[in-house]
Design a protein around this ligand. Structure first.
Ligand code: ZN
Length: 104
């Protein structure tokens, strides 16, 4: 039986990349691999645990969470820290994700 968690890439915006939301919030955004819903969780891991990998600060251990929509468990990994729109654009190119693009 395969008990591994399904994985999703997470994004943790900080600094200039987080200007459009409450600066008190420190969240990891992801798209549920089970149902496709966009979700987010409170970031739990310390920023010092992030490692510079492939040009980004990443948490390669990730965090396990539960989708608010379908209640299934998943692992958000890697979690990529983005500091500004430049990094957001680069992230979207490198990881080939378009579902995290801002709608503006
Ligand atoms: Zn889900």
């Amino acid at each position: 039986m395969d008990r591994r968690n399904v994985e999703a890439i997470g994004v943790r915006r900080t600094g200039w990349a987080a200007l459009d939301r409450d600066p008190q919030q420190d969240t990891v955004e992801f798209t549920c691999p089970h149902c496709g819903a966009r979700d987010k969780k409170n970031a739990r891991r310390e920023r010092v645990l992030y490692r510079f990998t492939d040009g980004f600060l990443q948490d390669l251990q990730g965090e396990v969470t539960q989708c608010h929509t379908c209640k299934k468990q998943l692992r958000v990994v890697p979690i990529v820290m983005l500091h500004d729109q430049d990094e957001e654009r680069r992230f979207e190119a490198v990881f080939a994700v378009d579902h995290l693009v801002h709608s503006n």
